[in-house]
Every structure is written in C-alpha cells, then in structure tokens.
Design a binder for this molecule. Structure first.
Ligand code: CP
Ligand code: NVA
Length: 298
C-alpha cells in the first residue's frame, strides 16, 4: 500500500516505495507474485494517441483480473464541454482507478483534486512517471542494480526526461544530461534531483555526456502537441542524434521510450543494434504498471 493517493509524478512515491514497486514488478514478471485485482476497473482518459500506454494498462488490468475502459477524446462528454471537475467526480462513482494522458499537467492535478479514487499519470506535457518505472526496471535488470551505473540523457528536456531525472536521482543513478540551449530540463526537476542527493551533471555536448555512459537515453525531439515547432527544433537539435558515431568507443546501451523517429533523435542502425534496450523497456511498461497498480489498490 502506498502513502500517496495519486501517482502524478515519480516523486509522489518515496524512494523506498519506488524500490517496492520495482521489486513487485520484477516478481510479477517472473511469475513469483500472483498479484490480483479482481473486478477492479480502470477508466483511461486519452487526449493524445498512445500505443504502449493504452495497451499495457489495458492488458495489465485484464491480467490482474480487472478491466479497463478506454475513453478517447470523442468518446465522452469531456471532449464536448463537460468540465474536468464533473468528469472526475462522475468517473470516481464508477471506476476504482483513473489513468489519464493529457496535454496540461494542471488539468491532471485538477482531475486528481476532484477524484475519490487514485489517479495515475499516463503522460502530460510535463511528466511521464509510468515510463520512468519501466525505465528503472529495465536498467535494474540490465545492470543488476543502480549502484555505479552511469546514465546519459541526450536530446530534448521533455516530459520523459524530466520524470527520468527525478527517478534516476531516487534510484541513485549517476546521470549526465546534454540538451541544446533553450531545450533543457526544468529547473524544478533538477532541483528535486539535487535535493535527493543526485543532481545531474548538465553539459552542452552530447559527446561529453556519453563518453563514459553505461546507458544513453533519448526521446523524440518533437513531442505530441509541438508539431508547429518542428522546423525550429530540428535546427536546434542538429548534432544531438544518438548514432554510432556518437557512441563509438563506448559499450553504452541505448534506451528510448518509443515511438522513435529514426533519422531524427536516433539512427536506424542504433535502434536495431544490440545496444538497444527499447523492446525490454516497452515490455516493462506492462510489468511496472502492474506493480504500481497492485501497490496502489491492493
Ligand atoms: N512510451 C509511450 O508512452 O508510448 P505510447 O505513446 O505509445 O503510449
Ligand atoms: N515526449 C514524447 C513521449 C511520447 C511517449 C511525447 O510527449 O510525445
């Protein structure tokens, strides 16, 4: 059982709870833990498209003996003017947990404020904590733990990156971040990481970030909702592609939350190489979220 009512960002759980969720996820994945949430229903609100988040939550609820209801923008009255506050209170009368993928993080907070059931962040413009759970599970599997593991983030200081910065600090990873000027991580997430005793090293050059990294993480340069910024972002991110040139001389593994844009933030060759942990990461969304849900609802 977690102390928090909601999981809106990774630091809604304590460092100990994070380890508990990851351990639970690993046990569920290995078959050692037959966790069940019979007859529990999840309402899944989506303002943006999704492959992994939608399918892993829906499948996860089924595997736990529960059920998930997909609520896309055109499916419910929310998309036709019903306020978030009303939607949240009504959903709370039906379902046991709400998962939401929204543009505005403030909207997610508003849903949580009005909900009588736990609310889980399925990605906002600011954060993607369920992705961080899967990322940390993947790193733990790959390196046998977090101690002494050196990670690098190369690319946009976006939602996935910001949750990763805080999650990495909670796990005790040694993290270096290379982002172009004006596209860095928020001051808030860097300060949170510093308060946790693991402030990331911030550098400009991707080469510097990856030089002694065990694992290099990147994500798309143009996140959902930023399509109008495409031209200017492509220019700003020149030189930040994760490719074999950048990684030459290192044995670094590569992570990406997917979907990937081959030829932009990552090269086709790297994504298809033995360096890539991306398929394990995608699979681990399922296990990590099952671990989260049982700890949140059991
Ligand atoms: N990584 C991730 O959240 O993928 P989807 O957008 O497909 O859900
Ligand atoms: N940063 C990306 C992540 C997608 C899972 C986006 O927000 O579009």
């Amino acid at each position: 059982m977690l102390e928090t009512d909601h999981f809106l960002d990774i630091d809604d759980v304590t460092t100990d709870e994070l380890q508990t969720i990851l351990d639970r996820a690993a046990a569920i994945k290995s078959g050692a833990d037959d966790a069940r949430l019979p007859e529990r229903t999840m309402g899944m609100l989506f303002e943006k498209p999704s492959t992994r988040t939608r399918i892993s939550f829906e499948t996860g609820m089924t595997q736990l003996g529960g059920h998930a209801v997909f609520l896309g923008p055109d499916d419910i009255q929310l998309g036709h003017g019903e306020p978030l506050s009303d939607t949240s209170r009504v959903l709370s009368r039906y379902v046991d947990v709400v998962m939401a993928r929204l543009f505005s993080h403030d909207d997610l907070v508003e849903i949580a404020d009005y909900a009588d059931v736990p609310v889980v962040n399925g990605l906002t413009d600011d954060a993607h904590p369920c992705q961080t759970l899967a990322d940390l599970l993947t790193i733990k599997e790959q390196f046998g733990g977090f101690d002494g593991v050196r990670a690098a983030w190369v690319g946009d200081g976006n939602n996935v990156g910001q949750s990763f910065v805080v999650g990495a600090a909670m796990a005790g990873l040694d993290l270096t971040v290379a982002t172009p000027p004006d596209y860095g991580m928020s001051d808030e997430c860097v300060e949170q990481a510093a308060e946790l005793g693991h402030e990331p090293t911030i550098v400009d050059a991707p080469e510097e970030a990856v030089s002694d990294a065990d694992v290099v993480y990147t994500d798309v340069w143009i996140s959902m909702g930023q399509e109008s910024e495409r031209h200017e972002k492509l220019q700003a991110f020149e030189g930040y592609q994760v490719n074999e040139d950048l990684l030459s001389g290192t044995d670094a593994k590569v992570m990406h939350c997917l979907p990937a844009h081959r030829g932009e933030e990552i090269s086709h060759d790297v994504l298809e190489s033995d360096r890539a942990l991306v398929w394990d990461q995608a699979e681990n969304r399922l296990h990590a979220q099952k671990g989260l849900l049982v700890e949140l609802l059991e």
